[in-house]
Design a protein around this ligand. Structure first.
Ligand code: ZN
Length: 322
């Protein structure tokens, strides 16, 4: 029997994106105090990589208008890498002034989603991002840059995204000097076979790149897609506490894979994350009060697979019910 765990990583870095992807799609403006409390909870639970906000125009995404304030108030002495998504030079200026650690520059692989999200074509966006990357390098070379490719596995407007199209975008991110590239399944269109094949193909062409996965659970395939990524050696995954998330510019977009469900799966498979899952679940359980609705997460409802119940109690309850 072949060992399917042979290529699987022993340790995975989970980046929580609830502060950005999670909150950006919430209809109610979440007070800065509450955003900061959620991030503090993640830090307490041992999350070391947090996409904390986005530096986009406050008129376009009002929920992110407090980006600099959030960043100024989260704990900075605990070894956490704070990242933010941003689309342009203005965003980069604001992010650097606010003391960001890592910048995620985003473009959509598909032309239509890029126009819906950024109001311009993909090549035009890439040209703009090249200027942003040069600016960040010149201003603060310590700030890491990650290229994020939205709709990497399918677009709600254009449909399938050919791997050649991804390679074309990756080539340009590489020319900007990016060592890490995140493939985002923005509207949950990927399937596990496709994720495995696509990641294998891009890794074969760019073996030096650290490919990350940003998965949404729109059609219930999020964790299966993460598993497919693990099998081809992906060691960095985005996820959002409580499975919050969505894209205001993509119809039908729903939440990210939930951080607690992903960490639960990884730990059950013996893959380390450095995260205290019980503490993480406790933080996720606070979310409904903050966002005003239930959240999409399995382990906060079902508990961990390793939480066993005393058999005697069930027997007694049954006989009482009979
Ligand atoms: Zn997303």
């Amino acid at each position: 029997m072949s060992d399917i765990s042979a290529a699987m990583p022993r340790h995975v870095i989970v980046t929580d994106v609830v502060g950005r992807d999670g909150f950006q799609d919430e209809p109610r403006i979440i007070p800065t105090d509450e955003k900061v409390r959620v991030i503090e909870g993640l830090v307490r639970a041992g999350v070391t990589s947090i996409e904390v906000t986005s530096f986009v125009h406050p008129k376009v995404v009002p929920q992110m208008a407090d980006a600099a304030e959030v960043l100024a108030r989260v704990p900075r002495d605990r070894g956490v890498t704070y990242s933010a998504l941003l689309p342009n030079l203005k965003g980069a200026q604001r992010a650097l002034a606010a003391g960001i650690d890592e910048i995620h520059l985003v473009v959509s692989a598909s032309e239509s989603h890029n126009r819906a999200n950024l109001n311009r074509g993909t090549q035009e966006s890439l040209d703009q991002l090249r200027e942003v990357a040069e600016y960040v390098r010149a201003e603060d070379p310590k700030v890491a840059l990650v290229g994020t490719i939205a709709t990497s596995f399918g677009c709600p407007f254009d449909g399938a995204v050919p791997v050649d199209r991804l390679l074309w975008v990756i080539e340009q991110f590489r020319a900007m000097g990016m060592a890490s590239i995140a493939l985002a399944d923005t509207t949950g269109m990927a399937n596990p076979l496709q994720v495995g094949q696509t990641v294998a193909a891009v890794k074969q062409r760019f073996p030096e790149v650290d490919f990350q996965l940003h998965l949404h659970n729109t059609r219930g395939l999020g964790l299966a897609n993460a598993f497919a990524g693990l099998q081809v050696g992906v060691t960095r995954f985005d996820a959002a506490l409580g499975g919050l998330g969505g894209c205001p510019f993509a119809p039908g977009a729903t939440g990210n894979i939930s951080t607690e469900d992903l960490v639960h799966m990884l730990h059950e498979m013996g893959i380390e994350t450095g995260i205290d899952l019980d503490a993480l679940i406790a933080e996720a359980k606070k979310l409904p009060d903050i966002v005003g609705h239930e959240v999409e997460s399995f382990v906060i409802k079902g508990g961990k697979a390793c939480d066993l119940h005393p058999f005697e109690e069930i027997k007694i309850a049954r006989s009482a019910a009979a």
